[in-house]
Write a protein of this length. Structure first.
Length: 435
C-alpha cells in the first residue's frame, strides 16, 4: 500500500538539516563554515595553563591569566552586539578575527607577566566579538520556521571544531607551543578571509546609525524588557550548573577512585551525543512550542545531574551523562535561537549579546561555586545543581513569549544593504532574503 507524503512530512522535510543548509544564502553558509574553522583552531583556552606552567609561570599566575581571558570574553560578547550596529557585521567579524590572529601570535612573545595578562585579556575580548555578530547573521538569513535548525547547524559547526581542536592542538604542541599559537592565528585569519570574501558589504556608517535609532538606548532597552530579564536569569542559572561537567564531574570521578579515563569517556560521550543526535532531534523539536522544547531540555539536564548523586557506579554515571546530554540536544537550539525571536529588529544584537554574556558569566562563576559545594557536600551537591536547573527551567519558560515571531525580513532591516539577490525557498511567506 503506497503512502502519500502528508503535510507534516513535507514540513519536516522542508525544515530538515539538509533542506535548511541548501536553502541558506551564501553568507549564512560562510558564517557557519567560518565558525567551524575558528573553533577548529581554538587552542588557546585548552592549552594556556599548560603553556604558562611549562614556560616558568606558577599555577596561580596561570589561573589568573585564564580567568582574565574569560573576563575579556564576556566584554567581547557585549562589544560584538554594539559593533554590528555601528560598523556593520563584516567589519566587526573581519576586524575581530584579524586582531585575534595578531594577539594570539603575540602570546609567546610576551616578555613579562603583566604584558601577558594584557594580551590574553584583550585577546579574550577580540576572540568572542564574532559570536553575537555571527548568530545575528544566521538568524537574519533564514526564514522563521528554520531558525532553530539553522542554530543547530551553527552549534554543530562549533561542536565539531571544539571536539577536534584539542587533538589537533596536542599534535602542534608536541612540535612547539609557538607552532600551536601560530596555528590558531592562521585559523583566525582564515575565518576573517572567508567572511571578508563572502559577506555583503556593510552599509555606510551614517546609514547604519539611522537604521538603528533605538539601539542608542543600548542595553538599557534590554533591561526594560522584564520578561526577557527572567529568561536571562534562567540562562545564568542554567549555564552555572551545565558547566559542572568540567569542574565538579572530574572531582567526583577522582574522589570515587576511578581512573582519569572514566572522566574522558564521560566528556567524549557528551560530545558524541551532541554531534550525532542534535540535528535529528532538532528536526522534531523545532516544531514544538518553544517553551516546551526549552523546558524539556533543561529538566533533562536536571535529571542527569541528580542521577550523579546515586551511588551506583560507573554505569550510573554513564547513564546520567546520556540523560543530561540529551537535555542539551533537546533544549539548546531553541534557547540559542530565542533572543533573536524576542527582539525588535534594532535590538537584535543587544538581545543576543545579553544572552551570550549571561551564559558566559554563568560558566565563569559556576565552577567556583560548584567546587565549593562539592567540598562541603560531596555527592549531595548534585542535588543542589539539579534544583538550580529546575529553577532555571522555570525562569526560562516564564521569560519566553509565545510562538509568534517576527519575520526574517524584519530582522534584516538596517543590518544589510538593500541590494543583492533573493534566495527563495518554498513560498514567499517561508522565504528569507539572501545577500
Amino acid at each position: 500500500m503506497d503512502r502519500r507524503p502528508t503535510t507534516a512530512d513535507q514540513t519536516a522535510a522542508a525544515t530538515g538539516a539538509a533542506a535548511t543548509w541548501r536553502a541558506a544564502p551564501r553568507s549564512v553558509k560562510a558564517v557557519i563554515t567560518g565558525v567551524f574553522v575558528n573553533r577548529l583552531g581554538g587552542f588557546l583556552q585548552a592549552f594556556l595553563v599548560l603553556y604558562l606552567v611549562q614556560d616558568g609561570y606558577d599555577a596561580g599566575q596561570a589561573g589568573i591569566a585564564l580567568g582574565a581571558n574569560g573576563a575579556g570574553a564576556i566584554v567581547g560578547i557585549l562589544l560584538g552586539s554594539w559593533l554590528v550596529d555601528h560598523i556593520g557585521a563584516r567589519r566587526a567579524i573581519t576586524g575581530s578575527m584579524t586582531s585575534t590572529a595578531v594577539l594570539t601570535a603575540a602570546v609567546p612573545a610576551a616578555t613579562s607577566f603583566p604584558v601577558l595578562l594584557v594580551i590574553v585579556t584583550v585577546l579574550g575580548a577580540t576572540s568572542q566579538i564574532y559570536r553575537p555578530v555571527s548568530a545575528q547573521l544566521v538568524s537574519a538569513g533564514v526564514p522563521a520556521q528554520r531558525q532553530v535548525m539553522a542554530f543547530a547547524l551553527y552549534r554543530m559547526a562549533q561542536n565539531l571544531g571544539t571536539t577536534a581542536a584539542p587533538l589537533l592542538g596536542a599534535l602542534l604542541a608536541a612540535v612547539s607551543y609557538h607552532v600551536l599559537f601560530w596555528g590558531e592565528a592562521i585559523a583566525a585569519l582564515m575565518c576573517a578571509a572567508i567572511c571578508q570574501r563572502t559577506l555583503p558589504a556593510d552599509p555606510p556608517r551614517a546609514a547604519q546609525t539611522s537604521h538603528h535609532p533605538s539601539s542608542r538606548g543600548g542595553y538599557l532597552a534590554v533591561l526594560r524588557d522584564l520578561r526577557y530579564l527572567a529568561f536571562l536569569v534562567g540562562m545564568l542559572a542554567y549555564s552555572a550548573v551545565y558547566i559542572q561537567y568540567v569542574s565538579v564531574l572530574p572531582l567526583a570521578v577522582h574522589d570515587a577512585g576511578w581512573p582519569t579515563m572514566v572522566y574522558g569517556i564521560m566528556v567524549a560521550l557528551n560530545g558524541i551525543m551532541v554531534i550525532t543526535c542534535e540535528l535529528a532531534v532538532t528536526r522534531k523539536v523545532q516544531h514544538w512550542p518553544r517553551r516546551l522544547g526549552a523546558a524539556c531540555g533543561v529538566v533533562l539536564v536536571a535529571a542527569g545531574l541528580a542521577a550523579y548523586s546515586l551511588p551506583l557506579g560507573v554505569v550510573c554515571f554513564a547513564l546520567a551523562t546520556v540523560v543530561w546530554s540529551l537535555g542539551e540536544v533537546v533544549g539548546s537550539p531553541t534557547m540559542v535561537a530565542y533572543p533573536v525571536q524576542a527582539a525588535s529588529a534594532e535590538l537584535t544584537g543587544r538581545y543576543l549579546g545579553a544572552s551570550q554574556a549571561m551564559f558566559g558569566v554563568g560558566t565563569a562563576v559556576g565552577p567556583m561555586v560548584g567546587v565549593a559545594l562539592w567540598q562541603g557536600m560531596q555527592g549531595a551537591a548534585w542535588l543542589v545543581f539539579a534544583g538550580i536547573a529546575l529553577v532555571a527551567a522555570a525562569a526560562i519558560t516564564a521569560g519566553m513569549r509565545g510562538d509568534r515571531i517576527r519575520t526574517p525580513e524584519a530582522a534584516l532591516s538596517g543590518m544589510l544593504t538593500d541590494g543583492g539577490d533573493c534566495d527563495r525557498a518554498g513560498t514567499d511567506e517561508d522565504s528569507a532574503r539572501a545577500w
